[in-house]
Design a protein around this ligand. Structure first.
Ligand code: ASP
Ligand code: MG
Length: 435
């Protein structure tokens, strides 16, 4: 047995070598986008490290476009500075301010590339031709005119694009929402027809759970777009959900890997390109501490109530997640839902007058909730997963506040203090430590 395995491994290795020497063009793609996240560019030393990596790719003959995030916590710092000036900063100027974080990195990265002897050009989102809609601080990309990027590439330069931003029809600068540089990268990759988009991070790829909570968590080699999208929506900060969505829509191959070494990372593929076995189990556990819960107590149970509550929240571009409406008693019911903790105060300001207007008895809220989720395409066909999840949480002593499901995800709302125990219990119950 062992002999057979070895033989198979060594012949595969041999195969790779010969491909490498005889057909280099197969191994060296023509055009790639590499996106470097905030912690990979947090200091000038790290920026120089990334510049050396980009220079190496460029020297190998691959045309490469860099997309960069703001250095370290720069975006949080800018946000904090704005709030010291005014409690509720105006969106238009806040977007302009936040966009500067990425511009700083792009300029410094370009200088570092010059120091490496490479030609490079820093571009803001505006200069890169990235058009967005009019929502200043949570804008969506509507179109990219890639002519400037192509011009730089044709001249042999490495374009370094400031992520997370674009410009609107009103000629304002807009930002894409937190974590939006991933979306910039995938959108640019699609617009220029890149062979793939690489997302380089301070982690080695996508794991079966957060390795800081679960020491036995495993790096996944492959994951599907829909799984990564569900993981992102469930709070795992591996990839911005809109980046996954764009990748799937346009069939852009995405690779998530480390910016510190050359190990292979996780490749995101279409579900039907995954090995059968990989599709038939829970792939990963996600958790999210950024959860606040609002409950509207004793609202009348009549048509139009849910719309009256959620329409103004949506109009304010606040995303609502786990929504639960209780069975009504004497035509009165409770409605609760979750929002991100940063949106709690704003959401309450919207909901309280609406609730009062419809005769609800009170609005309560909690900012100490969290979500734990299991994700895997295999769940569509198999009803057993929910029972196993609830069983594992019960055994671990975790109280489930409410539950939501999608086709390939089950999410339980729990108190934030129970997250570590819950995630470990689920990782074990679904045997995710095993390959
Ligand atoms: N700098 C922005 C943020 O921290 C965007 C990004 O990093 O992708 O949210
Ligand atoms: Mg960041």
């Amino acid at each position: 047995m062992e002999g057979a395995v070895l033989l198979c491994l060594s012949s595969r290795r041999r195969g790779q070598e010969s491909r490498g020497t005889t057909l280099p063009s197969v191994l060296v793609p023509g055009l790639i986008v590499q996106k470097y996240g905030g912690s990979s560019v947090a200091t000038t030393d790290l920026i120089r490290n990334v510049a050396r990596r980009l220079a190496r790719v460029h020297a190998s003959g691959t045309r490469v476009v860099g997309v960069v995030s703001a250095m370290g916590d720069a975006t949080d710092d800018l946000l904090a500075v704005a709030k010291r000036v005014i409690a509720d900063p105006p969106d238009r100027e806040l977007a302009l301010l936040l966009s500067t974080g990425e511009v700083v990195t792009a300029a410094l990265m370009t200088m570092a590339l010059r120091a490496e002897g490479r030609d490079a050009t820093a571009l803001t989102g505006f200069q890169a031709g990235i058009r967005t809609n009019l929502v200043h601080t949570k804008a969506q990309i509507v179109d990219i005119d890639p002519s400037r990027i192509h011009r730089e590439l044709d001249a042999g330069a490495i374009p370094i694009i400031a992520g997370y931003q674009g410009w609107t029809d009103d000629q304002d600068i807009a930002v894409l929402g937190r974590g939006g540089s991933d979306t910039t990268a995938v959108a640019v990759a699609v617009a220029i027809g890149a062979d793939r988009c690489e997302i380089l991070k301070d982690v080695d790829g996508i794991f079966s759970a957060d390795p800081r909570l679960v020491p036995t968590a495993r790096k996944l080699d492959l994951i599907s777009y829909e799984e990564i999208l569900e993981l992102a929506l469930a709070g795992s900060q591996v990839l911005h959900p809109r980046a996954a969505e764009l990748g799937e829509t346009y069939g852009m191959p995405i690779v998530v890997r480390s910016s510190f070494h050359d190990a292979e990372g996780t490749t995101i593929v279409r579900g039907d390109a995954m090995p059968l076995e990989g599709r038939e189990r829970v792939r990963a556990i996600a958790h999210d501490y950024d959860v606040a819960r609002i409950t509207i107590v004793a609202v009348p149970d009549r048509p139009g109530i849910a719309h009256a509550i959620f329409a103004p929240i949506e109009a304010a571009a606040i995303s609502v997640d786990v929504i639960v409406q209780n069975v009504s008693h004497r035509n009165v019911t409770d409605i609760s839902f979750t929002v991100s903790r940063t949106d709690l105060a704003r959401t309450l300001r919207i909901v309280e007058p609406v609730a009062r207007g419809m005769g609800a008895s009170e609005v309560t809220s909690s900012a100490t909730m969290a979500k734990v989720s299991i994700v895997g395409s295999g769940m569509v066909a198999n009803p057993g997963y929910a029972a196993r999840m609830f069983g594992a949480l019960a055994e671990a002593g975790c109280n489930i506040v409410s539950i939501t499901t999608s086709e390939i995800r089950i999410t339980c709302l729990v108190d934030e203090s129970q997250v570590p125990v819950a995630v470990r219990a689920l990782h074990e119950a679904f045997r995710l430590d095993l390959a």
